[in-house]
Design a protein around this ligand. Structure first.
Ligand SMILES: NC(=O)c1ccc[n+]([C@@H]2O[C@H](COP(=O)([O-])OP(=O)(O)OC[C@H]3O[C@@H](n4cnc5c(N)ncnc54)[C@H](OP(=O)(O)O)[C@@H]3O)[C@@H](O)[C@H]2O)c1
Length: 262
């Protein structure tokens, strides 16, 4: 492969697929990672034809450490990598202590371990050219850590802290890191068996974004150096309300404690 290379995990649907389509249109050669081979092959074939780029498919289950290693080795073998998108992920409603222990560990591997290892593999290669972009797809949940849903929230918060601290370490380089924190986004995310009880109509339509819009905004923000990025005005507004509500709750707590002491 020559020219620009982007590696995208979770490229078989939703936000990852949009990253693949938009970056292919920009002329990037692609390495597409996910479990569903047929979907990846169809996407690769289509984008290769449409945009005269090269696309490689890498089938890997990122919940399995030996398969994470294979992707890591692939990254290390590249002469250069221009964009890395750590996007693969899934949702889970579960109580931390009661159920779904295996799936919670899978989530830690997919969201945390794989992203961490791929960042570690990609940064030294990006440093050789002193340029590159890494987008870690987190979630608004990662910024709303008083919200419950422990494993999802914690793993997504990890990606935010990883992105911020890595960007700080790389502050004197041209490498840009972003934690992308989408709100409700149309994709297959809510169609999995774990979230099958989720009813999209319970969330107001105006709070939903399409994955193409999320990705276009994310790439624009990443190129401008925005490290923690929440796409969509309404999402940013609801986050502000969430924080103000928390600040009010905390200050109420201090006030009532002090009242008790007095
Ligand atoms: N949709 C939302 O409302 C929303 C909001 C905030 C954040 N996010 C985040 O956005 C990211 C993308 O999700 P999406 O909304 O685009 O959902 P999606 O359409 O379900 O896409 C998820 C992608 O992750 C891949 N994936 C899942 N488990 C994997 C595993 N074990 N190994 C390898 N790949 C795996 C899936 O591919 P295979 O099934 O083919 O493996 C798929 O390509 C996720 O990290 C999610 O947490 C989504």
């Amino acid at each position: 492969m020559s020219d620009k290379i982007a590696l995208i995990t979770g490229a078989s649907s939703g936000i990852g697929k949009s990253f693949a389509e938009i970056l292919a249109k920009e002329g990037y050669n692609l390495i597409l990672v996910a479990r569903r081979k047929q979907k990846l092959n169809a996407l690769a074939e289509n984008l290769t034809k449409q945009f005269s780029i090269e696309s490689k498919v890498l089938v890997a289950d990122l919940a399995k450490l030996e398969q994470v290693k294979v992707v890591e080795e692939t990254i290390k073998s590249l002469e250069h990598i221009d964009i890395l998108v750590n996007n693969a992920g899934f949702g889970l409603y579960s109580s931390f202590t009661e159920d779904n222990y295996e799936r919670q560990l899978d989530m830690v591997n997919v969201h945390v371990v794989a992203s961490y290892m791929f960042c570690r593999a990609a940064v030294p290669i990006m440093l050789r050219k002193n340029e590159g972009i890494i987008i870690n797809v987190s979630s608004m949940s990662g910024l709303m850590t008083k919200y419950g849903n422990v494993t999802y929230t914690t793993t997504k918060a990890f990606l935010i802290v990883l992105s911020e601290s890595l960007q700080e370490e790389l502050r004197n380089t041209n490498i840009k890191i972003q934690a992308l924190c989408p709100g409700m986004t149309y994709s297959e995310f809510h169609d999995t068996k774990e979230l099958e009880e989720f009813d999209r109509s319970t969330v107001p339509k105006r709070l939903w974004m399409c994955s193409n819009e999320v990705v276009t905004k994310s790439l624009r923000a990443a190129r401008k150096g925005k490290v923690v990025y929440v796409p969509g005005f309404l999402n940013r507004l609801s986050l502000l309300f969430f924080k103000l509500f928390l600040v009010r709750k905390i200050s109420q707590c201090f006030i009532s404690r002090n009242e008790k002491k007095a």
